[in-house]
Design a protein around this ligand. Structure first.
Ligand code: B12
Length: 211
């Protein structure tokens, strides 16, 4: 059934995909696993785009399908937010030049669901905006998302500007997004890479605990 969902999203069968996801979730499937499968489907969409089988409107449409399924999955994730004893503070955003936000939104949601105060700066976030938010919020963790390979340069520049502002040793920085990996994290000067939202929450938990 999960495999079928991947194919329905990849084939852009909106109604069937949303219905299949709803059924899976109603039958008790783990919402995080459902979201992960959706991500696999977008990899297929991305490949088809590279092969000129799909075009930009198709990518956009796949994003819309994913957004609908995200909303259904989010409704099933237990939120345990306690303002008094939050787990930590996280500033998150998609770096400058990059407008992809579906994955970043899932990460932000899951952090909140795990009792992190989460400050989402949105997309196309400049280095200065990250710096201003770090000064204002004083987070334990900064999360940067990037789906384009040009985002690596923006991540690197943002981390340099954070360093120049004298704030680098005050925060831990994690990066994520389909083309990123541990090697990219090292090259841009981040502390770690997270392959998915769950791993991002895990890192934030470790880092907030040691502060
Ligand atoms: C949907 C989509 C779009 C939508 C975005 C809608 C939106 N609101 O986000 C639209 C149509 C707008 C779009 C536009 C473009 N796109 Co696009 N897009 C995609 C697609 C198909 C899916 C992305 C997605 O949402 N995945 C689902 C989410 C859930 O996965 P995710 O983002 O990876 O997030 C998960 C993890 O990575 C992680 N994570 C993500 N961020 C973070 C952050 C932190 C801190 C942590 C801890 C974890 C974490 O957790 C998430 C949940 O598990 C990808 C294909 C792909 N393989 O990813 C191409 C892709 C990213 N796009 C691509 C391109 C080329 C473009 C355009 C340049 C096209 C164009 N010519 O205009 C523009 C760029 C616009 C811009 N300036 O940003 C390329 C990038 C290639 C490259 N090497 O740079 C890809 C890879 C497609 C391809 N194979 O060619 N796109």
């Amino acid at each position: 059934m999960l495999d079928e969902l991947v194919n329905l999203i990849a084939d852009l069968k909106e109604k069937e995909a949303v219905e299949a996801a709803k059924k899976l979730l109603d039958d008790g499937a783990d919402p995080i696993r459902v979201l992960e499968r959706c991500r696999m489907a977008t990899e297929i969409v991305g490949k088809r785009f590279e092969e000129d089988i799909y075009f930009i409107p198709d990518m956009l449409f796949s994003g819309e399908i994913l957004e609908q399924i995200s909303q259904l999955a989010k409704a099933k994730i237990h939120r345990d937010v306690d303002d008094e004893s939050y787990a930590g503070k996280v500033v998150i955003g998609t770096v400058e030049g990059d407008l992809h936000d579906i994955g970043k939104n899932i990460v932000a949601f899951l952090l909140e669901a795990n009792n992190f105060k989460t400050y989402d700066l949105g997309v196309d976030v400049s280095a200065q905006k990250f710096v201003d938010a770090i000064r204002e919020v004083q987070p334990d963790v900064v999360g940067m998302s990037g789906l384009l390979t040009i985002a690596f340069g923006a991540m690197s520049n943002t981390i340099s500007v954070i360093k120049q502002a004298g704030l680098r040793d005050k925060v831990r920085i994690m990066i994520g997004g389909a083309p990123t990996n541990e090697d990219v994290a090292r090259r841009v000067g981040a502390d770690a890479y997270a392959k998915d939202a769950q791993q991002g929450v895990e890192l934030a938990r470790q880092w907030s605990a040691v502060k």
